[in-house]
Design a protein around this ligand. Structure first.
Ligand SMILES: NC(=O)c1ccc[n+]([C@@H]2O[C@H](COP(=O)([O-])OP(=O)(O)OC[C@H]3O[C@@H](n4cnc5c(N)ncnc54)[C@H](OP(=O)(O)O)[C@@H]3O)[C@@H](O)[C@H]2O)c1
Length: 342
């Protein structure tokens, strides 16, 4: 199969290129870049690729559809809201790593992204692809979930779906490495500011809040809101979400663990610890999510720790999972890695 990719000069696009390069069902990756006037050597576009015999092409939707069976967009918010129409009109498969099609209500997008949304009828055609838990009803436009949203939702799913926690008691304290913000330098990502530092950012304003809330409410309409905080930590990659909630009367630690293990019993990528809590290094460079629970009977509060690699499970890895689902490939195709165990 031929696949198109745009955004290869960015972090997620580069990661995606590497995954697709080793995917057993992918014959060729055609790279399209927004600012090219003519085709150039791919290695010239992104020297990290070293020498290749491939070219990168100027972005053109018709050329993409003529020469490929699917396109991956690893582009910033605002891009696919403008570029998606021809693909939607032709029912051409798209896997979109940006947030542009994650929120069905255009007003929500305006509020949280401060950008012009896609048309409401286009947004309706998209499917929010939380690949470890949901099954694509046959839609060809996949909105790949956000990285924090993935860690949080996988961590909360059993508790919320099975009604084990008080629905108005959810507090998420999530921490991410710097690659989560992409390659652009900002005041908070300068080495001197980021190194040996912890920075809370976007308090109550993070763009992933509405997609998390929509999904939680889809699972359990008693969830009214959640408290969600994000912290930047001086690591390259990785997210650790510490999730707190009050446990409903009648459930204890053993019950919680049983529900978590049942939910993910058949999941090749989500592991629930019998005891102990996971750390970030155990998932970096993998498509895995690891989850651990700690119940405090004194406060009747459960701590759920969910860890992922933001570039893999939180972006490119989940995009490949969605690609596998869309084309009925084995769900693990292209996603076998060993974690960095040191
Ligand atoms: N980083 C993560 O952990 C992560 C996780 C989940 C989802 N995502 C999402 O994935 C997308 C890419 O993220 P990233 O971290 O890889 O960002 P990035 O490092 O900033 O890369 C963005 C890419 O998009 C290209 N681009 C910029 N403006 C464009 C335009 N107007 N039209 C077309 N392409 C354009 C850039 O090309 P130039 O080189 O020309 O600028 C670059 O190739 C974002 O929507 C992000 O929210 C990222």
């Amino acid at each position: 199969m031929n696949v198109a990719l745009t955004g290869i000069t960015g972090y997620a696009g580069m990661q995606l290129y590497n995954l697709l390069k080793n995917h057993p069902q992918v014959d060729q990756i055609n790279v399209y870049q927004h600012d090219l006037k003519e085709a150039i050597d791919l290695a010239q576009l992104n020297p990290k690729l070293g020498t290749t015999d491939q070219e990168a092409y100027p972005y053109n939707a018709q050329a993409v559809m003529n020469h490929n069976q699917v396109i991956f967009f690893a582009t910033p918010a605002g891009v696919t809201a403008e570029l998606a129409s021809p693909y939607l009109a032709a029912n051409f498969p798209v896997i979109d790593l940006s947030g542009d099609f994650r929120l069905p209500d255009p007003k929500d997008y305006e509020t949280w992204y401060h950008k012009t949304p896609a048309q409401a009828e286009e947004l309706e055609q998209a499917y929010y692809g939380l690949a470890d838990l949901e099954h694509n009803p046959g839609k060809t436009y996949i909105a790949n979930p956000g990285c924090y949203a993935t860690a949080t939702l996988l961590g909360l799913a059993p508790a919320v779906q099975d009604g084990l926690i008080e629905p108005d008691s959810i507090i998420v304290d999530a921490k991410s490495g710097l690659s989560g913000a992409g390659k652009s330098l900002t005041p908070s990502s300068h080495f001197v500011q980021a190194n040996e530092n912890l920075q809370v950012y976007k308090a109550n304003e993070h763009k992933h809040i509405p997609e998390i809330l929509n999904t939680l409410q889809g699972w359990n309409n008693e969830v009214p809101y959640l408290q969600f905080m994000t912290t930047l930590v001086p690591m390259d990659k990785g997210i650790l979400a510490s999730i707190y909630a009050k446990v409903k009367p009648g459930y204890d630690e053993k019950d919680l663990l049983q529900h978590y293990q049942d939910t993910y019993a058949d999941s090749p990528f989500v592991t629930v610890f019998n005891e102990g809590l996971p750390d970030v290094k155990s998932v970096v460079n993998t498509n895995d999510c690891k989850i651990g629970l700690a119940y405090n009977p004194v406060t009747n509060t459960v701590l759920i720790v969910s860890v992922i690699d933001n570039m893999l499970k939180g972006a490119a890895g989940q995009a490949v999972q969605n690609f596998n689902q869309l084309f009925d490939f084995d769900i693990t195709d292209g996603l076998h890695f060993a974690p960095t165990l040191y």
